[in-house]
Design a binder for this molecule. Structure first.
Ligand code: BDR
Ligand code: CA
Length: 329
């Protein structure tokens, strides 16, 4: 039953999630959402380089968790570079720190020892059928994990990625950033034999943080003034956004886990292009293929999405603390 705040009531146990991410503006917003929604239990965050270096994505994940009051959630660092290609930095979009205009205090907690790939394999293997894997960065850690321990393919409860597009790309005309960053890893992941739910640009560019949404964020105390609005205001380049309203790509992937009914998805065969000179990282999507390997999100109930997301944000302690200063974009 919907409570009207976007929070679903009922006695179902929370879905246990590992978020593999590269914070990143929208990754940070996804982490905050994951901390706030009672239907999600973040079992851990694994980090990968992507939007910025691994050092920064890991520090950012820790800082956002701390700010959200969930410094107890383990963070484990993973891959600093793609499998085969040189590192491509996304700081021209996400700012030097990776968190746009947000200036969070450094976290009080540290990353856990060990490697993300081991954490993924151990955590998923310890609870077969229970862990939902959500990837919102390049797929390097997941590809390495699946190569090291192929059983995770059947052990995950669900696997949702923010990445790819059935249509245009954003980093190139053909490719979306996360897939382009490490196409070989993405090819391993899409070809691993599990069903990937692809929350790509087809759907994420529908859920924009409009002026009305940002106004609602401004009512969320310090959460709005020190995290949500400064990160969004710090997007440096918005190639895909002629209207200027920022996307929150990665939040869509976690929202899809939380309330799948908000999304319209269709089975398809998705193959990742690794050889093309102009098309590397393209997710070639065939909705008519005989053997689908993916469920592709194509539509979202935008107002239901924002009720869900803002309702989760409103539950975080920082949302209840009055803003001490106006938002610093
Ligand atoms: C994806 O690329 C990154 O820059 C964002 O964090 C998101 O995961 C969007 O193409
Ligand atoms: Ca990301």
């Amino acid at each position: 039953m919907s409570t009207g705040s976007g929070i679903t009531g009922g006695a179902a146990p929370p879905r246990q999630v590992i978020l593999d991410c590269d914070p990143g503006i929208d990754d940070a917003m996804a982490i905050a959402f994951g901390c706030g929604h009672p239907a999600l239990e973040l079992r851990g965050i694994t980090t990968v380089a992507g939007n910025v270096s691994l050092e920064l994505t890991t520090a950012n994940a820790l800082a956002v968790l701390d700010f959200a009051g969930r410094g107890d959630i383990p963070v484990v660092a993973g891959s600093p570079a793609p499998l085969l290609r040189p590192v491509l930095d996304g700081a021209d979009v996400h700012g030097e720190s990776g968190l746009g205009g947000a200036r969070l205090p450094p976290a009080g907690q540290r990353a856990r020892a060990g490697h993300a790939v081991d954490f993924l394999i151990e955590t998923i293997g310890s609870a077969p059928g229970e862990i939902v894997l959500v990837a919102t960065g390049p797929l390097t850690n997941i590809a390495l994990a699946v190569r090291r321990e192929p059983r995770i393919v059947s052990q995950v409860a669900d696997f949702v990625i923010m990445g790819g597009s059935a249509g245009r790309g954003n980093i190139t005309p053909a490719a979306e950033f996360n897939i382009f960053w490490d196409p070989e890893a993405a090819a391993v992941v899409f070809g691993a034999g599990w069903r990937v739910t692809m929350a790509g640009l087809d759907v994420t560019l529908q859920a924009l943080a409009t002026a009305e949404v940002r106004e609602r964020m401004a009512g969320l105390g310090r959460l709005g003034s020190e995290l949500l609005l400064p990160v969004l205001g710090g997007y440096r380049r918005q190639v895909e956004l002629p209207g200027g309203d920022p996307p929150v790509h990665d939040v869509c992937a976690l929202a899809l886990v939380t309330e799948p009914g908000l999304f319209g998805c269709r089975p398809a065969r998705v193959e990742v292009e690794t050889a093309g000179r102009l098309t590397a990282g393209m997710t070639v999507t065939d909705f008519d293929a005989a053997g689908p390997n993916a469920l592709v999100a194509e539509s979202v109930d935008v107002s239901g999405f924002w009720d869900l997301v803002l309702g989760a944000y409103a539950r975080l302690p920082a949302a209840g603390v009055p803003a001490s200063r106006p938002p610093q974009p």
